[in-house]
Design a protein around this ligand. Structure first.
Ligand SMILES: Nc1nc2c(c(=O)[nH]1)N[C@H]1C(S)=C(S)[C@@H](COP(=O)(O)O)O[C@H]1N2
Ligand SMILES: [Mo]
Length: 246
């Protein structure tokens, strides 16, 4: 039996046994003790969701999203939705997004505003991964950008940091991840796709890529990253659940 399998079995048996013996609430309390409780949006999360999140986090915290070979890149990837139609976006696009800015602030030592050119000065990282929409379609693409942990190291996250909330130029589009995902090597602030600058329909000039979570966590047209210790006021969009691990 592989190490991984025995660990998985141990966790599954442990949590399930606890749940069976004393109810899900106890499992939730254990999860709480180990920092595995998902943020609560006014009671949306019950003990069941907590248990799922806790088990997922224990199993996947250090795991990698699957990477593919170049020959597997989708030839006609689906862009879901159109770029912003506002005059201000069109002006930025016409200027090659030279004036696009990404603000990184919140619980950081040095709040900083980056241009796309600034982000391109970090050591780049590329990944061929799958974007999976919760509606059931997916495509494989190559994304290039700077690992989010590099940006966070640059601005210096404070010890209280627990989440990174990211906002989009498109009103209403935002999301957030916990520090485990924010510091994960495959979580990128992307500016490139399939060998070119990230096209506007795929979220250019900047998109947060979180390949271990579903499509909607991969917010396009990123304008701001806020490091926080709580998600109060930054809940999930609509009916989508906050944690969307694949
Ligand atoms: N700003 C913004 N980000 C977004 C969306 C959007 O409409 N606007 N759609 C989300 C959803 S539901 C999915 S599945 C993916 C789609 O990514 P794609 O356009 O590369 O297919 O982007 C996500 N990020
Ligand atoms: Mo989606």
């Amino acid at each position: 039996m592989s190490n991984n399998l025995s660990r998985r079995k141990l966790i599954a048996t442990g949590l399930a046994a606890t749940a069976g013996a004393s109810g899900l609430a106890v499992a939730a309390r254990i999860a709480d003790q180990y920092g595995l409780v998902p943020p609560d949006y006014g009671g949306l999360y019950g003990p069941g969701a907590t248990l799922t999140y806790a088990a997922q986090r224990l199993l996947t915290r250090h795991s990698m999203a699957r990477e593919f070979s170049r020959s597997q890149i989708s030839t006609s990837p689906r862009a879901n939705g159109a770029p912003p139609k506002s005059e201000s976006f069109k002006r930025l696009e016409a200027g090659g997004f030279a004036d696009w800015r990404l603000v990184v602030d919140g619980l950081v030592a040095r709040p900083t505003t980056f241009s796309v050119a600034d982000l391109k000065k970090f050591p780049p990282s590329s990944q061929i991964t799958q974007l999976i929409c919760e509606e059931g379609w997916s495509y494989i693409g190559e994304w290039t950008g700077v690992p989010l942990f590099q940006v966070l190291n640059n601005v210096g996250i404070l010890p209280q940091a627990r989440y990174v909330v990211y906002l989009s130029f498109q009103p209403g589009w935002r999301n957030s991840i916990d520090m485990a995902d924010a510091l994960h090597p495959q979580t990128l602030v992307t500016y490139g796709m399939n060998g070119t600058d990230l096209p506007a329909r795929f979220g250019g000039p900047l998109r947060v890529r979180v390949p271990r979570q579903l499509g909607y966590k991969n917010v396009k047209y990123a304008t701001r990253l806020m490091v926080t210790d709580s998600l109060q006021g930054f809940g999930p969009k609509g009916q989508y659940s906050w944690y969307a691990g694949i």
